[in-house]
Structure formats: structure tokens, C-alpha cells
Design a protein around this ligand. Sequence first.
Ligand SMILES: [Fe+2]
Ligand SMILES: [Fe+2]
Length: 304
Amino acid sequence: MPDTVKNLELIDMPDMEKARSLINHIGLPHQPRVVMQALRETQKESPDFGRIVQIINSDTAMAAKILKLVNAPAWGLRQHISSISQALALLGIPRFNVLVITSALKEAVVGDDASLHTFWLHSVNVARGTEYILDHQHIFRNFSELIPEQVYLAGLFHDAAVPMIAKRYPLYREFFPFLLRERDRVPEVEFAKLGTYHHTISYILARSWGVAPMISETILSHHENGAVRVPGTMAMAKVSAALQLADYLDLIYQHKIGNITGVDTWPEEEWAETHEETLFQLDLDGAQLSDLIDDFFIFLGQQE
Ligand SMILES: [Fe+2]
Ligand SMILES: [Fe+2]
């Protein structure tokens, strides 16, 4: 068991022991030392910007990947960014941290494996979707303890265990299209095959990468159809609901752009019926849900 996991205080889920033993087999990608050092510096009371830049630049390959990522349209910077210090100055510390974590996580779980493109797009879209939904529904305004950048990480990590498991168990790789197409059956099938769930492993990974406990815990509930596996605060219930909805929105989106085949569609009415509690938490009715879906797809389209 990696030390980063041994020393974590984790929620005691019934499948936790199985999850830990699976991690013993497949390993857990560790957060690169450079990332850890840079994040530690950003969390100081008076962070030293020069030091943060210096730490990131000490790993040239990582710095190059971060620069490539920040110049993607999704980051919304209108000018070309040519240095880490420019990225930090323009994004500010909270967004810069998300940028660094996104780049490192992609490298750790996807690497150069082109077959995981759809998976990674899903992770990023759910991250953006979770933040987008909470903003759209004015939830950040009413729950000041919710920080947009942290909420983004719930989406980014929610399925992060999937490629980790797939690397060790080729059968699970075939399972990935199934995971997207028939997501409602996923927990049952996964439990039968592994004795645990990808959301439990993703939760442990998020905690080991320093994602806030409350945010990480919402990952545990993302296949719960409106309910939560771990009861928590009202703010947490909002994030859980937004994560569940974002997960669904990206399914429709990936279907729309042709990345998921073999199913006709996911009717909104049907989803709304099984996710009454999710919609209630987000203060949405059926008509408002349709509007939100349209708005979110426009938002994604603008960032391509
Ligand atoms: Fe999932
Ligand atoms: Fe997902």
C-alpha cells in the first residue's frame, strides 16, 4: 500500500478493504514531486510567485505540457502564453493550481494512450460541467464554502480510476464503452467483477492528490441516481448533484459528437424521473433542465 494512501483518513465504505487490496495490485499514480512542491508553495500565506515558477520550470517536460495545455481554448486566455510565469500571472493561483493538477493527472492516468481520448474528454467535460451547473444555478453565491476550482476537481477525478484499472485488467478496457453507454448498470457489474467500484478508487486517488475531503467524497456518490453514499453538508449535496448531472450531460454530448455509439439517446424525461433528488438539489424542473443542457452545450462549443 503506497504511503500516500496508508496515511490518509478515508471514509469507511463497505468496499474499502477490497478497494485497498485492488490498489495494492494495480498501484496508484502518485502526484509528481514538482507538483506537490509547487502546490505547497501556493498554499502559503504569502506565496512566492518566483519560487512557484522556478519549481515548475525545474521539470522541463512538465512545464512544456502545462504550456501546451494552457494554450488550449478551454482555458479561455485570448493571448498566446509562452511562459509559466505568464500563465501564473494571468490565471492567478487557484486556476493555476487546477491547470498544473490537470496536466499532471492527464500524464499520470492517460499518458500517450490515444485510445483513452474519449475518457479524458469525459473527465474534463464533467469537471467543467460540475462547475458550470453550480454557477448557472447561483449555488456558489449561496454557499460561500464552495470554491469553483475545487468543484472542478471533483469532475476531473470522478472516473480517474477507470484507465488505472483498465491498464491492469484488459477486460476492463472493453468494459469502458459499456461504462459510458450503460452507466446505470455499472456499479452492479463492477462489484461482481472487482468487489469494489471505480468511484471508490477514484475517491482514494483524489484524496491522495490532495483534493479536499468534502469534494473527494462527492465522487463516491456519482452513480447513485440522486442519492448520496456518504451523507454530508448541504453544500456537499449540491456538488454531488451537479456532478451527477454533469456526468449525464457529457454522455449526451459525447453521443452528439459521435464518440459513443450503439445507443439511440438518453431521454431527458427518463433521466429526470430517476434523478428527482438531483434536480431538487439544483432547483431545476424539466423545462429548466432542457435550457441548462442547451446553455452548457453552447458553452462547450465556444471553448473548442
Ligand atoms: Fe463513473
Ligand atoms: Fe463519468
